[in-house]
Ligand binder design. Structure first.
Ligand code: SIN
Ligand code: FE2
Length: 209
């Protein structure tokens, strides 16, 4: 898949988290993403308190993560279309499984891929990915488009954060001790990516069911 040697770096002060820079060629995934989003379009979901999230979202997989006035959860049906979420394309599930394996998490078999789309100014406040049934599985995160600053806290939503600058083609994998660590995305800076335009896509693969 890669014509350069794969780098997989343990992230300082975040046990179980690995950074894989330039792990994949983002351009190859634009048509894949466009096809998915033609089936289940991006939308700004609402929190239980009625706030619109600044990142637009969609999903592919047997399950999809949603937020609305009733809270956060996984659903088999896209509430926007009334249909099942599109399946995770093989190209994406194998990329996620390969990255997990490289980071030391063998046999990762995701059933969810949450698609986040950020425009300049959008971000994601500190949260943890805790709606999954079993925390033994890692989270695999792919970045495409504009760069962003990812930050990681610990098991509490406070303290000094560890910054990680993510560029298009980078992957982050976390599990084990850091599986439930708080993390988020700082508001995106303005810019233009040659492939994705003034946007950043993030795909997070999870095993939720
Ligand atoms: C997330 O935590 O779900 C998104 C992370 C990212 O956009 O890199
Ligand atoms: Fe997250």
């Amino acid at each position: 898949m890669n014509d350069v040697a794969t780098v997989c770096r343990a992230v300082d002060r975040v046990p179980g988290m690995f950074y894989l820079p330039e792990y994949f060629k983002p351009r190859e995934y634009l048509p894949v993403l466009e096809k998915l989003l033609a089936t289940s379009p991006l939308r700004h979901m609402e929190t239980s308190r009625g706030f619109k999230m600044s990142a637009a979202m969609s999903n592919c997989g047997a399950l999809g993560w949603i937020s609305d006035r009733k809270g956060y959860r996984y659903e088999t049906v896209d509430p926007l279309t009334g249909n099942a979420w599109p399946a995770i394309p093989e190209q994406l599930s194998s990329l996620a499984a390969d990255a997990a394996k490289t980071a030391g998490y063998a046999n990762f078999n995701p059933d969810v891929c949450l698609i986040n789309c950020y425009e300049p100014g959008a971000g994601m406040s500190a949260h943890r990915d805790s709606d999954e049934a079993d925390y033994d599985h890692p989270i695999v995160s792919l970045s495409l488009g504009l760069p962003a600053r990812f930050f990681v806290l610990g098991n509490e939503r406070k303290g000094r954060s560890v910054p990680l600058d993510l560029a298009s083609g980078d992957v982050v994998v976390w599990g084990g001790e850091s599986r439930l660590f708080y993390h988020g995305i700082r508001p995106l800076k303005a810019g233009e990516d040659v492939v994705f335009g003034a946007r950043r896509f993030n795909l997070t693969f999870r095993k939720a069911g």
